[in-house]
Design a protein around this ligand. Sequence first.
Ligand code: DSN
Length: 413
Amino acid sequence: MKDKEIREAIESEENRQKEGLELIPSENYVSKDILTALGSAFTNKYSEGYPGNRYYGGQEFTDEVENIAIDRAKKIFNCKFANVQPLSGAPANIATYFALLEPGDTILGMDLSHGGHLTHGHPVTSATKIFRFVRYHMKDIETGEIDYDELEKIADKEKPKMILAGFSAYSRELDYKRFASIGKKIRAYTVADIAHVAGLIAGGVSENPFDSGFDVITSTTHKTLRGPRGGMILTRENGEISKKIDKSVFPGLQGGPHMNNIAAKAVCFGEALKPSFKEYAGQILKNAKAMEEVLRKRNVKMIGGGTSNHLILADVHGSLGVTGGEAEKVLDEIGITVNKNVIADDKLPPKDPSGIRFGTPAMTTRGFKENESKEVAELMIDALENRNDAKKKEEIREKVRNLAEEFPIPESF
Ligand code: DSN
């Protein structure tokens, strides 16, 4: 690359990723094939419209890759329709709201501090100027169980047109059947935002919401699914809902799709269809359970009491007397990347909350098994307990570096 400044920044980032351990549960490492597709000639092409029905010429190969991406996505998630053009998860959610609702309609989603996502109705987001959001919560933060009775009562009273199941910082399985039966009763669309667990569903480790009768799934492709940064919308059937979704994505909200990204999504879906992906997804969960065991042994409180997926939300303020912001910084210093995160009904502000959120998708891609996962959890707690001891932190940094060297980031799967 001729641009020296950018080349150096890229090389530094590559080294940071090589020498440290990535534990942000929404991040992962993609294969070289996916990077090749992202850096391919498809980035030069405009392709407004959909395969066979575009507004510009020269589409024989864009149609080919988009059709492959659509077919593979449908196969993975066992459904009849896929739109692979959303630029990421938030635009996929917004496109779904605009496709199926009218301004002023009500959406029922999970409260952000109980694990929901910003786009599920946090007041800072623009969608709240157009739609009315009401929220459900966990019943018990010790077990993480959703208060389904509360959810049903709100649904009966507020009559939302859409019920959202999905999360950004929640470590337990959702009862999709209960969501679907409440949705059916009040004739609301049921939409599952599976951004975090798409890879677990693809690998058969988590339940597929379509099996419970959900109407729509929205997702990102870059988290547990291990693909390029992007989004998609799937519908169980191919009918009125899917037609509305297509129109809402283009021309409703987006212009030209990013065809290099769609080619990379197709590669990602191909990788997720391989039998080895099932092993990968299973190991993500085993590794998270191994970390959970260490946290429990060392008395670090976990929201929801532990994990049934790829992530853990730990109350480090309550357990170790360190804020989430301080903990994130200390862990950065030893080469382990996590993110500070609010916990349910947090008394501390979102910029420096009580919790940290971390997970196993990226380190599992590196080949970590249960023993290494336990070692990482021990090192994290050691570092937080010894946060004022520079020498101890340097020793831990060295151990992290050695672990990272022992498990280089793979180039293919
Ligand atoms: N930022 C993503 C996450 O980390 O969960 C969600 O948008």
